[in-house]
Design a protein around this ligand. Structure first.
Ligand code: TZP
Ligand code: MG
Length: 198
């Protein structure tokens, strides 16, 4: 299965609504705060919007809610993998993306048959506080060589201007937060991405 290149990470139902309306095909709902029922409600509304627009929506972190609300995709970090019930995810037919930052994490993730592997941060990022420093472009080629058919998603400090470089290094999918969210006109920036990679 070939996944779209442009993969915006969104932190609200409004963000999902905007992305869906503009024609984004693959996006992630990444909610890092709020109570359980509020998060459930945001997931439920976002999935309904995504379904209506035929947009694949990946739920970050909240794998139990993703199962309960009928999601098709979940994204988990290394810390989530410790407690996630991967058999339950698979039984629910959910596809899985996994974050990796080191060779050890990559090898552990590959044992779980992921549907994509994320590598980050490629460039310095202000969006997430990480102990890992920037991986750089060479690491993308190293990861790609180990993945076979599994798509490689890159994340961290990536802008539209940097997209050619990461793709030329072997990336398949580009995950983006601030290049859209901090842009003076996020809608226009999404349109620019889609013009290049829609
Ligand atoms: N994981 C690694 S870097 C990152 C995440 C969630 C943040 C990416 O945000 P930005 O603004 O695109 O650098
Ligand atoms: Mg997580």
């Amino acid at each position: 299965m070939s996944l779209p290149i442009f993969y915006p990470l969104l932190d609200s139902v409004e963000g999902v609504e905007l992305a869906a309306r503009l024609g984004v095909r693959f996006a992630q709902l990444r909610i890092k705060s709020g109570g359980h029922e509020t998060i459930r409600d945001n997931i439920r509304q976002s999935l309904a919007i995504a379904r209506e627009a035929n947009m694949m929506l990946v739920i970050n972190d909240h794998w139990q809610l993703a199962i309960e609300e009928g999601a098709d995709w979940v994204h988990l970090g290394q810390e989530d993998l410790i407690q996630a019930d991967l058999n339950a995810l698979r039984r629910a037919g959910i596809s899985l993306g996994i974050s990796t930052h080191s060779q050890e994490e990559l090898e552990r993730a590959l044992l779980l048959n992921p549907d994509y592997i994320a590598l980050g941060p490629i460039y310095p990022t202000q969006t997430k506080s990480l102990t890992w420093s920037a991986q750089g472009l060479e690491r993308i080629s190293e990861w790609k060589a180990q993945l076979g058919q599994i798509p490689l998603c890159v994340i961290g400090g990536i802008t539209l201007e940097r997209s050619n470089a990461v793709l030329a290094s072997g990336a398949d999918i580009i995950a983006v937060v601030s290049d859209v969210s901090l842009h003076p006109d996020p809608s226009e920036r999404i349109r620019e991405w889609l013009t290049c990679y829609g």
